[in-house]
Design a protein. Structure first.
Length: 33
């Protein structure tokens, strides 16, 4: 139960961090213009 919860949280964190990376890439592209 707890393990599943932790794994789910880690997956959520991965999702969040990948979204943040996407945003950073967008801003980097804007910075180059």
């Amino acid at each position: 139960m707890i393990k599943k919860f932790i794994v789910k949280n880690i997956n959520d964190l991965d999702e969040v961090s990948s979204k943040i990376l996407e945003h950073n890439n967008k801003y980097k592209k804007f910075a180059f213009w």
